[in-house]
Write a protein that binds this ligand. Structure first.
Ligand SMILES: NC(=O)c1ccc[n+]([C@@H]2O[C@H](COP(=O)([O-])OP(=O)(O)OC[C@H]3O[C@@H](n4cnc5c(N)ncnc54)[C@H](OP(=O)(O)O)[C@@H]3O)[C@@H](O)[C@H]2O)c1
Length: 240
């Protein structure tokens, strides 16, 4: 890769923040977004980064961000679509807004943000798009019909776009984490956690570094022949 600029959505904590640290250590200029006013410079102890507060579901905010990046000469050649939410409920009780919010935040947002940067990747004949999916999109989780559907949708998005842009030296892949220790999973009660861990062949939760390391590899030149894939990082929870 000639230039090293990465754009990471959902950078304010958890997996997104760990990916940011990992790419920064590798010499990337890190651009990141989240809805909150987050001090990325402080979090990375660096001035080689930029935080853009935006909601990935808001198309006006998303399109305004491109001009900002063009002005600063920081249009990315690596995009990591990481922002995501859960709104769990059994399907019988799932409200329309629980469905809409999760599909918009986890799937439509990936359309919004990828649209923003794909043109420059195609023009430069170089790029990487890495979508953070989930084991739930492969297995289906009870209580997560909305979340599982959004993450399964990312797999189809990834394969179709990968075929469209492969000849332009752009790869598009998904990482499917299993249970990773972040805010998203800290609400589990002890008995729920024990039940989950008993189902994982490695008998432990993963950590955000496990995801960040794979993202960095997929962004590298060494991964230039890997595209359209969904790669699980889950301690063996899902084996197809
Ligand atoms: N943790 C796990 O076990 C696990 C497993 C499988 C997959 N994943 C996936 O991995 C990704 C990261 O998860 P995590 O565990 O790190 O979650 P997390 O700790 O809850 O962090 C989520 C991040 O997404 C941002 N975000 C959420 N909605 C947004 C929106 N509409 N616009 C902009 N930013 C938004 C949040 O920032 P603000 O709130 O400040 O906007 C935050 O930075 C998600 O896609 C998740 O589905 C996680």
């Amino acid at each position: 890769m000639d230039k090293k600029i990465v754009f990471i959505t959902g950078i304010s904590r958890g997996i997104g923040l760990e990916i940011a640290k990992c790419f920064q250590k590798d010499g990337y200029f890190v651009v990141g977004s989240s809805r909150s006013n987050f001090d990325l410079n402080e979090a990375l102890s660096s001035d080689q980064c930029l935080h853009i507060p935006l909601d990935v579901t808001n198309r006006d905010q998303v399109s305004a961000c491109l001009d900002n990046l063009k002005d600063k000469d920081k249009v990315p050649n690596v995009l990591i679509n990481n922002a995501g939410i859960t709104k769990d409920q059994l399907f019988l009780r799932m409200k329309n807004e629980d469905w809409d919010d999760v599909i918009n935040s986890n799937l439509t947002s990936v359309f919004n943000i990828s649209k923003l940067f794909i043109k420059s990747m195609v023009k430069n004949r170089s790029g990487r798009i890495i979508n953070i999916s989930s084991v739930a999109g492969l297995m289906g989780n009870p209580g997560q019909v909305n979340y599982s559907a959004s993450k399964a949708g990312l797999g189809g998005f990834t394969r179709a776009l990968a075929k469209e842009v492969a000849a332009r030296n752009i790869t598009v892949n998904c990482i499917a984490p299993g249970f990773i220790e972040t805010d998203m999973t800290k609400h589990f009660q002890d008995d729920e956690l024990e039940n989950i861990i008993n189902q994982i062949p490695a008998f432990k939760m993963g950590n955000p570094e496990n995801i960040a390391d794979l993202a960095l590899f997929l962004a590298s030149d060494k991964a230039n022949y890997i595209t359209g894939q969904t790669i699980s990082v889950d301690g063996g929870l899902y084996m197809s």
